[in-house]
Design a protein around this ligand. Structure first.
Ligand SMILES: [Zn+2]
Ligand SMILES: [Zn+2]
Length: 307
């Protein structure tokens, strides 16, 4: 159930928390404008709060909003976050140099990148903070950045949370992540293209998860078929995976640039009918895994059927 309520709970130190907040839900390129104002035009950035630990999956243009919010709330100093990069396509990293905490020398940031091609990954990170794309060179960023490698399938801890991962099918490779905390599990699987046979590793990663956040850039029977092989999936594939892996609820993300608010309303309606409880992600959507609720900004969804 979605409770429409714009009021944000602010953390108070010792509170048990497992929150997921969407700061960017668009795929490929940012899409500002009147036609995307409700679902949002910023590219991928997902914040996950596990008690006092903060994880960030990808730093598309939504990372600018998250960084500004962290500075405003005063948590940008010291260890601000652990960033998990799924891969380094530009829509997942272009917001990195605009993440305000990077310009505070007190900031410590831990960054995980895929060990499969670690050098290329780090080149991607450096590329967005180097001449001629950006005026501040990576080595001159004031923050202290600790770079680490993710070995797909090897779990690690971030605070009290456990992070698991697997490779997913995408040009150049990408990782899906599963965050486990306080007996609940959240999976973020984007960017990926489903196979005819369900990917066994992804199926295992999603098994029994409370929520799965999934790349649904295209729609079967509408625009998936001409884009087969582009490395993206559909809401129909998301639901097949969710049923096979006994997932609690599905949240669709990485919306195609040309899927405007009216189109997304249709997807939201269709997915909620096909598997009640399924949602389309929008900028500002907050999932509380401990409470089992999802809260979107007022006016996000056009129909009650997406609640
Ligand atoms: Zn992408
Ligand atoms: Zn990609």
């Amino acid at each position: 159930m979605i409770v429409h309520n714009a009021q944000k709970r602010e953390p108070n130190g010792d509170q048990a928390r497992f929150l997921v907040r969407y700061w960017g839900v668009r795929g490929s390129i940012a899409t500002p404008g009147r036609d995307t104002v409700r679902y949002g035009g910023n590219t991928t950035c997902v914040e996950i709060v596990c008690d006092d630990a903060r994880l960030i999956i990808d730093m598309g243009t939504g990372a600018r909003l998250l960084g500004d919010a962290l500075v405003r709330s005063g948590v940008a100093r010291d260890h601000v976050a652990t960033v998990l990069f799924s891969h380094f396509h530009s829509d997942h990293v272009i917001g990195f140099p605009f993440f305000a905490p990077l310009y505070d020398p007190q900031t410590r940031l831990t960054v995980y990148a895929n060990a499969d091609d670690h050098v290329a990954s780090l080149e991607g990170l450096h590329a967005v903070t180097s001449f001629p794309l950006f005026p501040v060179e990576y080595d001159n960023l004031p923050a202290q950045i600790d770079i680490r490698a993710v070995e797909a399938g090897v779990p690690f801890q971030v605070g009290d949370a456990t992070v698991k991962s697997c490779r997913i099918q995408h040009p150049g490779g990408a990782l899906a992540f599963r965050i486990e905390h306080r007996g609940r599990a959240f999976v973020h699987a984007s960017d990926l293209e489903h196979d005819d046979a369900t990917d066994a590793e992804l199926l295992a990663l999603c098994q029994g998860a409370d929520w799965v956040s999934y790349d649904a850039m295209f729609v079967e029977g509408h625009d998936y078929e001409p884009h087969r092989g582009w490395g993206h999936s559909t809401w129909q594939a998301a639901l097949r995976l969710a049923d096979a892996a006994q997932v609690g609820r599905v949240v669709l993300t990485h919306h195609a640039p040309n899927h405007d608010d009216r189109f997304m309303d249709g997807v939201a309606r269709d997915v909620a009918r096909a598997r009640p409880g399924s949602l389309v992600a929008a900028e500002g959507l907050e999932i509380d895994l401990l409470a089992g609720t999802a809260v979107a900004p007022p006016g996000t969804y056009a129909t009650d059927e997406s609640k």
